[in-house]
Design a protein around this ligand. Structure first.
Ligand SMILES: NC(=O)c1ccc[n+]([C@@H]2O[C@H](COP(=O)([O-])OP(=O)(O)OC[C@H]3O[C@@H](n4cnc5c(N)ncnc54)[C@H](O)[C@@H]3O)[C@@H](O)[C@H]2O)c1
Length: 410
């Protein structure tokens, strides 16, 4: 073994996994990407593609070798199905850390049909369980870093700020009040989010029973596209999802502005969500790797997010910067129209994270990327046809909103 040790990045061909793999390789870790390329196949299924022209994995890795002089290995393994291959790889590499991005991660995709619901559950739960089971089976003592989501907490918080995974509650035991700490009650808002809450239970069990060292990162909505490493060569460009299923809210607005599509605000746009820039996703993961839980420590949970914003405020900001029209659409989701959100993220701050927050410069950087590749955009895919229930009407037209006035519920 050379360098800082072996790291396996599960899902390392994806939006968060690719820039993370490059950064870790640059930092001197020996990185092996495991990916079954299912995200690329879903593009084919949905009839669209990353806005940015991403290269094949082989070309990506060759470009990285060329600019960095470092090698990243790649294994095409489906972690939800190929248990034996996964276990064999763990034995072979004896990784010090495994980073687990390899899940179906779009809430709208998970709600499209029974087939998509079942795929998301089969893929995400079997994948996570196979990793945990293989670690114990193979006797490999690796730190597992998993990408979860802020959505596991739900967005109705009774006015309190969301702690990092655990909640102190007072209970009555034989007439005496006692304070105990419990995992924060899960409140998933989609099948996708539900798989993340089930992942958390798997982590709880394997940590308690087998002492697996685990960090679960409850990540906010990621925005941005470039990192220092993806900018080093055109073939290293990161993927950029903009369509209704995979395009997350701020990146979707920025592409919509670039291609002249109205900004698609669901419902009143009163949803408040937690956000993080892709560069900070990578920074946080490096910090999590460098600060593993001690042996015997419970599952470490971080809120991996740097700021919260209300959706209609983001639409107004993007509209002000670009002149884009804003429209409200009947919300395809079953969620509160309006919510407040206050989130604790002191643990990453204490480890030295210096948050990258929303700035016009960074928004302009994304708009520039979106404008450069706007001819690759399939406009017909911007409105999601996924709905949380069959009785929710599909709204393809929306209702124009005058920026500056709060949108009215659709
Ligand atoms: N993008 C966000 O805004 C965001 C926000 C919060 C949490 N997350 C979490 O971060 C993780 C990564 O998200 P992303 O945006 O990079 O998603 P992505 O879809 O771009 O990447 C996931 C990668 O995992 C691979 N994969 C999926 N199932 C696999 C399997 N069974 N075996 C092997 N590889 C498999 C896919 O091919 C893909 O390359 C996800 O778990 C997601 O839930 C993402």
């Amino acid at each position: 073994m050379q360098g800082k040790g072996n790291i396996i990045v599960l899902g390392g061909d994806g939006f968060c996994g690719w820039p993370t793999s490059l950064r870790l390789s640059r930092e001197g870790y020996n990185v092996t990407i495991v990916d079954n390329l299912s995200r690329r196949k879903i593009d084919v299924e949905l009839g669209c593609q990353s806005l940015t022209p991403i290269e094949t994995v082989e070309n990506r890795l060759a470009a990285w070798r060329e600019v960095s002089g470092r090698t990243i290995e790649f294994r095409n393994i489906d972690i939800a199905r190929d248990y034996h291959e996964l276990r064999t790889l763990l034995v072979e590499l004896q990784p010090q850390t495994i980073i687990h991005f390899a899940e179906q991660r779009a809430a709208p995709y998970s709600m499209k049909s029974p087939k998509h619901k079942r795929y998301t559950v089969d893929n995400n739960i079997n994948g996570t369980h196979n990793v945990l089971c293989a670690l114990v089976d193979a006797g490999v003592d690796a730190h597992l870093v998993h990408l979860g989501t802020m959505g596991v907490y739900g967005y109705g918080t009774a006015g309190m700020s969301i702690p990092e995974g655990y909640l102190n509650v007072r209970v009555d035991i034989k007439g005496q009040e006692h304070e105990i700490e419990i995992p924060y009650p899960p409140h998933p808002g989609s099948i996708y989010h539900m798989t993340k809450t089930l992942d958390a239970l798997l982590f709880y069990y394997y940590n308690k029973n087998d002492g697996v060292r685990i960090t679960d990162l409850h990540q906010g909505v990621v925005w941005g596209t470039n990192t220092d490493e993806t900018l080093m060569h055109p073939a290293l460009i990161n993927r950029f999802d903009y369509e209704g299923d995979y395009g997350t809210v701020l990146n979707r607005f920025l592409v919509e502005a670039a291609v002249g599509h109205p900004l698609t605000v669901y419902g009143t746009g009163g949803q408040t969500r937690a956000f993080i820039h892709i560069r900070d996703t990578v920074n946080c993961i490096v910090l999590a790797i460098q600060n593993p839980p001690a042996r015997g420590e419970r599952v470490k949970i971080f809120n991996q997010t740097t700021e919260t914003h209300r959706v209609r405020d983001l639409a107004a900001l993007v509209s002000r910067l670009t002149g884009a029209e804003v429209r409200t659409y009947i919300n395809p989701r079953n969620e509160s129209l309006e919510n407040e959100l206050v989130v604790h993220n002191e643990q990453f701050l204490a480890l030295g994270l210096n948050p990258i927050t929303l700035s016009e410069g960074l928004l302009a950087e994304v708009i520039e990327v979106a404008s450069k590749y706007k001819d690759r955009c399939n406009l017909s895919k911007i409105i999601a046809d996924s709905r949380w229930r069959r009785d929710i009407p599909l709204d393809r037209e929306g209702t124009p909103v005058t920026v500056g006035t709060p949108p009215v519920a659709a």
